[in-house]
Design a protein. Structure first.
Lengths: 245, 245
DNA sequence: CATCGCTTGTGTACGTTGTACACCGCAAGA
DNA sequence: TCTTGCGGTGTACAACGTACACAAGCGATG
């Protein structure tokens, strides 16, 4: 059904990940995928996602703007490489084996990882999923779910429910944090007091009485960690109940 | 403590939202926030998030590239405007009042909304939160949670747990869908069979046996709706259990 | 040792983006 | 009638991603 393109297309060129694992192919080359990934991550950590530019990365590596393109097909590849690299920081000890503990531990660690590398919340979600390290993380979590008598659908659904929650929660936490920083607030009361004019206008319009009342009253609002873990535990509780595990 | 800037800064200019609600200020003007928002949304729906460009939007409006800047401070404002506009499509009937039904209904509708406007998954998460319509949506959901004897922290946490899950789940669903489309697959078996070479390399490497086995066995994989609702119900179950409601 | 070819880095160049800024016409208030 | 200022225009710039032709160095082959 699918039409074959030119014969050249038969020559499958090694994928990004295959190349990533090749033993250092040429000793004299200045650039490697490792070096590129490291520099990009370091740059993103230091100056934020927007600073990660092919040109900026090149100067960071002391190399011409187009040099990286020999190793990476474009910016999407670069993001994938960066995500894969920092994902290796996730380390749940092997002793932890219970499904709930494994999933919870990964959730908490993923949050810390993303807070440590806030640019992770900004990468275009497309190519993010299928990097080797991310798949290894998934593998570990799924492995904790076998032997519970679940069918494949339930297993995948449970795994993904947690993952989705974590992604959404941390992303919004990061967004909020950056929004605050960008407007020069510290944290907490000061922030809520000196809200942006737009927020003030809306809040004082009287249209959101409940929101207003309760967001002022919520005292744990300055402890995003608590809120995050509450959410994780909700998801885990729900999974346990629904799947009878 | 906070240092006052120039006196000019005292003159608070009306916020985007204040201006949005002003009755048509000048009858003969070609551009309004409404018209801009409508055109931008329509463009994004039709040609995707990347097509939404200040210049492109201008030609769509039959106007010079810089014209929109008289009404909108920049692209972030535009995104906020767009998000706010489509968020008005959410409509949960007033008859629904139980906290669980309200939250679930908003969750399901938000998914449908985002699938209908896939560009929503790509908007830089920053300015998204605090638009009037989004706050009204939050208000409605929080209102469903009062009178349950919860303290403010629990209420906000419950509300946000659901929101976070929805955001994460739908975002990844959209990303997956676009990834598939971009690679020319239809849905389902065909997709999994003709996976991208990178995926093949990784999957066949034998490093992810569980992932491989179960993702092949999962038969509901082509029904994202089921998976989504499973997750929502997990979160809701967990909230009910943890908060005793 | 000479030569070839492949890999890897370089230089230049193009089209597109967001947006700053100066300008100008026109409706409304004096 | 004159002035004011709002709203649309036109030009301009710096930065972006990346295509493409080229060059320098190495390994294999003669």
């Amino acid at each position: 059904m699918a039409e074959w393109k030119k014969d050249e297309s038969r020559i499958v060129e090694p994928s990004l990940w295959e190349r990533l694992e090749r033993t250092a192919p040429a000793p004299r080359t200045a650039l490697t995928l490792e070096r590129i990934a490291a520099a990009a991550v370091e740059l993103a950590d230091r100056e934020g996602a927007d600073a990660v530019t092919m040109r900026r990365l090149a100067t960071e590596l002391g190399v011409a703007p187009m040099a990286a393109y020999r190793h990476v097909s474009g910016k999407d590849d670069l993001w994938a490489l960066m995500i894969d690299r920092v994902s290796a920081e996730l380390a749940v000890p092997d002793e932890i084996t219970g499904w709930r503990e494994v999933l919870r531990s990964f959730a908490v660690q993923t949050r810390e990882l993303m807070l440590r590398h806030p640019w992770m919340g900004r990468v275009p979600a497309g190519a993010v999923q299928l990097t080797p390290t991310r798949m290894a993380v998934a593998e570990r979590q799924l492995a904790a779910l076998v032997d519970l008598g679940l069918d494949a659908d339930a297993m995948m659904a449970a795994f993904r429910a947690v993952t989705s929650y974590v992604q959404g929660a941390v992303q919004s936490e990061i967004a909020l944090r950056e929004f605050k920083e960008q407007h020069g607030w510290g944290s907490g009361a000061e922030a809520r007091q000196a809200l942006a004019p737009q927020m003030n206008y809306l809040m004082e319009s009287g249209r959101y009485p409940v929101y207003r009342t309760y967001s002022l009253a919520a005292s744990r609002k300055d402890d995003p960690g608590w809120e995050f873990e509450f959410g994780v535990d909700c998801v885990l509780d729900g999974i346990a109940r629904r799947l009878g595990i």
